[in-house]
Design a binder for this molecule. Structure first.
Ligand code: USQ
Length: 382
């Protein structure tokens, strides 16, 4: 299949591009290096050394004999997005190309506005480029489990049947986003749903949980194929941060009581889910929604997992509950449905399969690159 990966330089975008290319798909990537810039501006850097996109694509060609077509463009420039879709004629567009950080969006008014303008505008551009060039092209959009928040009822996969005053309807599941960033993804979902109803767009919205891990089948082939690994307070996520903290002797930063529960998945499963979504396209006019995670954990339990795995490697890992910089429920009900990707054949990679130990071992190789000062939370929700 011909597939365009937007955000192809990112933590998930680059490994996805290689994985799809390895599986025989014709792949093009687009990126504007915004993530690299934002992380550098926040005083951090990827723990893993990474090449630029053209260098990565050349290394991939040397290692695999396959090509990945590189386009350095800003998705907020509609002429460029439209031109790329017109010329490459993708059968599927995987859209990862957005600002992914809740804390970044909560910094102040400027960061909230920038996150929403960037994400919502670039998503609209992608929708229109598909609608104007080829309505048969399937949009696979990375959403987030954080769109739903933590309601005190089971979370369904995208839609819920509601009975109200004697009438029933199947409607989008209510959203209570955790941050301005998560709210930008809610807006994207609404806009995509609208485009499916009005223009007949085919779309799959992947409400993904928190991803962890650093290695995929392709990144381990050659150091030049590594993906980025962020651990700073804005762009690092919980389990990845804990793993890095463990290898450099920083206390694990559990925010508040650590009773916050989220869905998690290994980076390898992200790649598998995206390919499953691509091989099973939505029908014209249909918006599919998958809850993309494999296991739920509380932050407290994850910290204990990392502490235990660290012990096996001779690391003395301290867990420290610190004042929660976020406004969020710390002890709450959490039971989202997540069966649709399993029904399509997803074989989950579980945390119990020594994945924390494997991640710690890889991070140990690069621990001297860590910037200690980038770890402590500075962004407060209010
Ligand atoms: N947390 C800690 N200590 C830390 C970092 C985080 O206790 O050092 C806690 C947070 O308070 C929160 C939970 O861990 O309760 C998750 O935080 P996170 O930073 O791992 O994840 P989040 O901000 O929700 O965002 C990340 C990605 C985002 C994606 C989302 C999926 O950055 O792109 O959409 O995970 S989800 O969380 O399911 O919404």
């Amino acid at each position: 299949m011909r597939v365009l990966v937007l955000g192809g330089d990112g933590y998930l975008g680059w490994p996805t591009a290689m994985s799809l290319s390895a599986h025989g798909h014709e792949v093009a990537v687009a990126d504007n290096y915004l993530r690299r810039q934002m992380v550098t501006e926040s005083g951090s850097d990827s723990l893993t050394p990474i090449l630029n996109l053209p260098q990565r694509a050349r290394a991939w060609q040397e290692v695999s004999g396959r090509t990945i077509d590189v386009h350095l463009i800003d998705l907020r420039d509609y002429e460029l997005v439209n031109g790329l879709v017109r010329e490459f004629r993708p059968e599927a567009v995987v859209h990862y190309g957005q600002i992914p950080s809740a804390p970044y969006s909560m910094t102040d008014r400027h960061h909230a506005v920038f996150t929403q303008l960037n994400n919502i505008e670039n998503n609209l551009n992608v929708i229109f480029a598909i609608v104007e060039n080829d309505l048969d092209c399937h949009l696979i959009k990375l959403g987030t489990m954080g769109e739903y928040g933590c309601p005190n009822i089971d979370i369904e996969e995208g839609f819920i049947e509601i009975e109200h005053k004697g009438r029933t309807d199947t409607l989008p599941f209510p959203k209570m986003p955790h941050s301005w960033y998560h709210a930008s993804k809610v807006a994207d979902s609404t806009n995509i749903h609208f485009a499916t109803r009005v223009y007949g767009l085919r779309a799959t919205d992947l409400n993904q949980g928190v991803v962890y891990g650093v290695s995929t089948e392709q990144t381990v082939l050659d150091e030049r194929l590594l993906t980025r690994f962020d651990y700073d307070e804005q762009f690092g996520t919980a389990l990845n941060r804990f793993c890095l903290q463990a290898v450099i002797g920083h206390p694990l930063t559990v925010y508040g009581t650590g009773g916050q529960t989220r869905g998690f998945l290994n980076i390898r499963d992200t790649l598998a889910c995206v390919e499953l979504a691509m091989l099973n396209p939505a029908e014209p006019g249909e918006m599919r929604v998958y809850n993309q995670f494999t296991e739920s954990f509380s932050i407290r339990d994850l910290a204990l997992e990392v502490q235990m795995a660290g012990k096996e490697l001779g690391l003395d890992v301290e867990i420290r509950e610190i004042d929660n910089p976020r406004t969020e429920a710390q002890e709450h009900y959490y039971n989202p449905t997540h069966t649709k990707l399993l029904d399509l054949g997803l074989q989950p990679t579980l945390l119990s399969e020594d994945l924390v130990t494997a991640t710690l071992s890889t991070l140990l190789e690069y621990k001297d690159r860590a910037i200690y000062e980038a770890i402590a939370p500075r962004t407060r929700w209010r």
